[in-house]
Design a protein around this ligand. Structure first.
Ligand SMILES: [Zn+2]
Length: 116
């Protein structure tokens, strides 16, 4: 039963986290967007509502596309399991225990937590 350890282990994708992250973001964006549209129509007049809605829709779609799953890997400094939410352009996460920055390397094999 001895499993050979071949190199570093990629961070583990949390089950359903991709859908959960997208749903949570959509909910936040929905509330923020409605407030934004309400403010726009109240202060700027009804002719701005269409523009506000368009901006809001573009925002929701692009953020839904950019957010990914939650990956849990070991901190390269202290070994603590640390979650990382995959979003476009964000590849640095702070360890939950030691607070040191962790660089997330995206490869074909998955996400690897490294020292920056
Ligand atoms: Zn740490």
């Amino acid at each position: 039963m001895a499993r050979k350890k071949a190199g570093p282990v990629p961070a583990e994708l949390q089950r359903y986290s991709r859908a959960l992250n997208k749903t949570r973001l959509a909910a936040i964006m929905g509330v923020a967007g409605m407030a934004f549209v309400a403010v726009a129509s109240y202060f700027l007049g009804p002719q701005w509502v269409k523009i506000a809605l368009a901006v809001f829709l573009v925002g929701i779609v692009s953020s839904l596309l950019s957010v990914g799953g939650t990956y849990v890997g070991n901190c390269p400094h202290c070994g603590t399991k640390t979650p990382y939410v995959h979003a476009l352009g964000v590849y640095i996460v702070k360890c939950t225990r030691c607070g040191k920055p962790i660089k997330v390397n995206k490869t074909k094999e998955g996400f690897f937590f490294r020292r920056p």
